[in-house]
Write a protein that binds this ligand. Structure first.
Ligand SMILES: Cc1ncc(COP(=O)(O)O)c(C=O)c1O
Length: 366
């Protein structure tokens, strides 16, 4: 018995069962190529964040296009990547606790793994566990360059932790990262530029001070999609961690159109009422943490609310002609959190399903 209907390749897009997370694969491939081309033109390495797509399939496409590896947020995501043969991984989050560090050690035996740290206790425990497992892991310091989330203070605190990493067995000191998440989606170009330059300069300055203290700082990694072309032009930054660029989402389309939208959620009208329709997607299949979804097709629809499994859309123009059973295409304002709710991508080329692709890293939050 099938537990979920997965359409066969060749099925027309509009015949897919809904809600369906659909990807225009030509657009996704062109976004991958566009960032890589920018990297080649500007002598900048690209290390895309795979927490957006959560699948080895897309990581492989990014690496084949020239990426030097991928970033992951969690050990569980990295396990999925390594099992599928992706061997260059940077974990941009702190991995805390003995059990997770043991899992990290077993991955470090199979792949070139680099992980971010910010505290002494975590670093010492990591060294002990790597040494006991007989492996070495690459370590970078996460520096707080202005987002005020995680990270060491720039300057002295970063240098002290860097020296400690360099001296501990089982750890290979690789450098540092700083993510300017507080400005990546700023709509004001001048503010985004000023914020990203301030963060990147802070990071590069700390890297220079750390070199002056005698350490070999190989990695100086930063940037999200909205700052790729600002941070990526700062001398001393070695690679960019952009994630959302691959599919774009409603939030980033409000920032710029450097990359094109590849991701949408196809839904079906289940009820037609006076002035509005209701479709079969809700908070369990499209996220609203960055605002309600946009109606892409037909024109004239505005999402006004989401329940768990209902989406209420006010209709004018073409949308006012919608009937029960018709399809409505929505674009999530936040791709990453929407993708994590789905079991499959439906990859569409020329209006037809090419592949139903399992999102093997979704839900791997541990
Ligand atoms: C540490 C880190 N690096 C890179 C990214 C990728 O950013 P974006 O999706 O804006 O490209 C994120 C996203 O939140 C992040 O947290």
């Amino acid at each position: 018995m099938t537990t979920e209907y997965i359409a066969a390749p060749g099925t027309p897009e509009l015949e897919l069962e809904t809600p369906a997370l659909v990807i225009d694969i030509d657009v996704a491939e062109s976004n991958i190529e566009r960032l890589q081309q920018w990297g080649r033109d500007n002598n900048m390495d690209i290390r895309p964040h795979s927490k957006t797509h959560k699948t080895p399939f897309f990581a492989r496409k990014q690496i084949e296009a020239g990426a030097i590896g991928v970033c992951c947020a969690k050990v569980g995501e990295a396990e999925v990547m390594v099992a599928a043969g992706i061997k260059d991984i940077m974990i941009t989050n702190q991995i805390i606790g003995e059990q997770k560090l043991r899992r990290l050690a077993s991955l470090a035996g199979e792949a070139n793994l680099v992980v971010a740290v910010e505290s002494e206790g975590n670093t010492r425990q990591m060294s002990e566990i790597m040494t006991a497992a007989g492996v070495e892991i690459g370590v970078i310091v996460e520096v707080n360059t202005g987002m005020n989330r995680c990270g060491t203070a720039p300057g002295e605190e970063t240098i002290v932790l860097s020296k400690m990493i360099d001296a501990l067995p089982g750890l290979r000191y690789d450098g540092m990262m700083g993510y300017e998440g507080h400005v990546v989606a700023n709509r004001d170009e001048a503010e985004r530029r000023a914020g990203a330059l301030a963060s990147a300069t802070t990071l590069v300055d700390t890297a220079e001070q750390t070199r002056a203290a005698g350490l070999d700082v190989k990695i100086v990694s930063a940037a999200g999609t909205g700052t790729y072309n600002i941070t990526g032009k700062v001398d001393g930054i070695t690679d960019l961690q952009c994630g959302s660029y691959i599919f774009m989402d409603g939030d980033y389309l409000g920032v710029f159109d450097d990359f094109d939208p590849a991701l949408s959620v196809l839904t079906t009208v289940i009820s037609v009422q006076d002035g509005y329709v209701v479709t079969d997607t809700g908070k369990k299949s499209i996220s609203e943490d960055r605002g309600l979804p946009d109606v892409v097709e037909p024109s004239g629809g505005t999402v006004v609310s989401l329940s768990e499994e209902h989406c209420k859309i006010e209709v004018t123009g073409d949308a006012a002609k919608l009937r029960v059973g018709d399809r409505v295409r929505l674009r999530p304002t936040h791709g990453d959190t929407t993708i994590n709710m789905h079991s499959h991508y439906f990859l569409i080329r020329d209006g037809k399903l090419e592949t139903a692709l399992e999102i093997s890293g979704r839900g791997r939050v541990r």
